[in-house]
Design a protein around this ligand. Structure first.
Ligand SMILES: Nc1ncnc2c1ncn2[C@@H]1O[C@H](COP(=O)(O)OP(=O)(O)OP(=O)(O)O)[C@@H](O)[C@H]1O
Length: 610
């Protein structure tokens, strides 16, 4: 029967490929109820969907295997190691609607024949070459077309597809002008094709006007090469000059700041010396100024009780400092003091509160820091010109850098249990903040770069309770917008409910591996909750998960439940979002770290490439 022929086709497909994680496909077991990644039609008569993302499939797809599944509607083989041509028989399967083959190593030309029902086609992050065929014009159902990060060349055909909602052709070798029908798509849809021009990119007259630019004939190949080298060196030179210029500017700004701070600091330390009557000079100046006592106060670091640190502002200014990053509220530096102590100094910009209010807020922040999942503040400094906060340095970096940093070949992925453990820690930190002071406190700035991780994936939240003393609009950056609840963008006032929304975005971030701030060319959707909602609504749930997570066995159920829960946290109506204590119990309920053996050494040792 037909189901049996589907089965034979799949067995032939599986036997032609190497797979890292064993497929349990077996001729003796029932295909519809027990085969991994296979979904049958309601009447169990045909195979309707194959989803094998991140299964470690190696090799090329033989042409007479999957191409026989003529009832297939969904095929997802994304994030594997598939090579060679994409057989036309697959792309033209008559029922095929969703084809996800991104993040493999397919090469050769794009197929010339596609199913007329095709709705989603994702062939991004492969090595396809040649031109984009005109046949796309006939795909009247096509709604999503992702071809970014291949080596496609030639000009873009004028698709005139009215239903096309998302398009990404970035980072190819396309040239010529962008057809009028596609000019409504954003810049990111086309960027990274140096010879492409016209709206939304730069006007065509500014770059090479046509796909075959009129260049003088190359008489001497050497000369051609040297010209090209020259261009390349020129580009690097420009980058180097700009980078150099920026560093000089940064250095000048830092020297200036240090001078201002030193001046304050010197006044302060001199005043301290005077107080201890250690120097003749300071004794003298003591007599000269009636404001000295005030100056002493004004220029010293205010340590909190119980803090074992022993340094002053001068030591801090002498310390070697490295910029950790520039955030919403200011710039953070890692400072290594002469005795080796490492601290983080955050220079706040645009503080609006007066000194008293500032000090009261510092006291609140210190009290809230009495919890293992909340970063402790050690000291602060307040003067008219400078406001500094001093924190412990947390060694493993932020959750954001662990999730998104170093996606190179030597990256070790953050496994499911570590991700959930970190988020559980964050939830406990938020719960502490929300329950103190009669429930009046709000974190106000929850995002993955404000979750610091120490050994054993213990997490603590930082940068909390600062919004009330700062004059920084919540939507001052795209990153911030990605995490803030819709109502906060309007009211500018974070609440405990909006903290839950931000936490939900972070849950989606760890599940999808996508940053709420999409980098250019990777995707054109910035709003993570909306993207996931659209995927789930259209029943592509398993397509949203981070390919790195798919390498760990027995977690799919937990991931799906966590996804549903994350969607509840990002409900647009604040009243429908759960409270933080329910968040904690929900995580405990969903997460069963000891129930299954999912950290086998084989899985742990997987190194991610690309
Ligand atoms: N105590 C700390 N230990 C280690 N790294 C830190 C510490 N505090 C901040 N960082 C890291 O320094 C970088 C800059 O932090 P900063 O808080 O200034 O900016 P941000 O988190 O990007 O934005 P925001 O100001 O909105 O919080 C971030 O990558 C953060 O993870």
């Amino acid at each position: 029967d037909l189901l049996d022929s589907d089965k034979q086709a799949l067995l032939a497909f599986a036997s032609a490929l190497h797979h890292g994680r064993k497929l349990n496909w077996n001729s003796t077991t029932p295909i519809c109820s027990s085969w991994i990644g296979v979904k049958c039609s309601v009447d169990q008569a045909r195979v309707q969907a194959i989803r094998l993302p991140g299964m470690g499939l190696f090799g090329s797809i033989p042409s007479n295997t999957l191409a026989k599944l003529d009832a297939l509607q969904t095929l997802s083989l994304r994030s594997n190691h598939l090579v060679g041509n994409l057989p036309t028989g697959i792309s033209s399967l008559p029922s095929l609607r969703y084809l996800y083959l991104q993040d493999n190593n397919f090469s050769g030309n794009l197929p010339e024949l596609f199913s007329s029902r095709l709705t989603v086609l994702d062939l991004s992050y492969n090595s396809f070459t040649g031109e984009i065929p005109d046949v796309f014009q006939n795909l009247s159902q096509l709604s999503v077309l992702y071809l970014q990060n291949n080596s496609l060349s030639g000009s873009i055909p004028d698709f005139k597809l009215v239903g096309l909602k998302r398009l990404n052709l970035s980072y190819n070798k396309l040239n010529g002008s962008i057809p009028t029908s596609l000019q409504k798509f954003p810049n990111e849809s086309f960027t990274g094709n140096s010879l492409l021009c016209g709206p939304p990119l730069v006007q065509c007259s500014a770059v090479l006007p046509s796909p075959s630019p009129i260049l003088p004939p190359i008489s001497n190949p050497e000369e051609f090469h040297s010209k090209h080298k020259h261009v390349a060196i020129g580009t690097w030179a420009i980058i180097a000059i700009v980078a150099g210029g920026l560093s000089v500017l940064l250095l000048l700004v830092m020297v200036f700041i240090v001078c201002v701070m030193k001046k304050n600091g010197r006044e302060g330390s001199e005043a301290s010396k005077k107080k201890s009557s250690a120097s003749e000079k300071s004794e003298k100046s003591k007599g000269e100024s009636s404001n000295d006592a005030q100056n002493v106060e004004k220029n010293k670091l205010s340590f909190f009780e119980g803090c074992s640190y022993n340094f002053d502002l001068d030591d801090l200014l002498r310390a070697s400092a490295e910029i950790l990053g520039k955030g919403t509220y200011g710039t953070s530096y890692k400072a290594v003091l002469e005795d080796g102590t490492m601290v983080v100094v955050k220079r706040l910009k645009e503080v609006v509160s007066g000194k008293r209010e500032f000090e009261q807020q510092m006291e609140i922040i210190r009290r809230l820091g009495d919890h293992p999942n909340v970063l402790s503040i050690r000291a602060y400094y307040y003067s008219k010109e400078e406001k500094l906060l001093v924190y412990d340095f947390i060694p493993c970096g932020s959750f954001s850098s662990l999730l998104h940093g170093n996606r190179g070949s030597n990256r070790t992925s953050l496994d499911w249990d570590s991700r959930v453990k970190i988020l559980r820690g964050v939830a406990h930190g938020i719960e502490h903040i929300h329950s103190e002071g009669g429930g009046q406190f709000v974190h106000g700035n929850i995002k993955s770069s404000n979750v610091l991780v120490s050994q054993n994936f213990e997490a603590c939240v930082s940068d909390f309770c600062l919004s009330s003393i700062m004059n920084t609009p919540v939507n001052c950056s795209r990153i911030a917008v990605g995490y803030h609840a819709p109502e906060v963008i309007e009211t500018q006032k974070p609440t405990q409910k909006s903290d839950i929304y931000s936490f939900g975005v972070m849950l989606l971030e760890m599940l999808t591996g996508k940053s709420p701030l999409q980098s250019q060319g990777v995707d054109d959707i910035v709003d993570l909750p909306k993207w996931v909602q659209s995927m789930v609504r259209e029943e592509w749930t398993s397509e949203v998960f981070d390919a790195e997570l798919l390498r760990y066995p027995n977690i799919e159920e937990e991931m799906v439940q966590m996804l549903q829960f994350a969607m509840a946290c990002v409900a647009s109506n604040p009243e429908r979002r759960p409270k933080i204590d329910s968040v904690i119990s929900m995580i405990e309920e969903i997460w069963q770290p000891s129930s299954s053996n999912r950290s086998s050494s084989e899985e742990k040792s997987v190194r991610i490439t690309g």
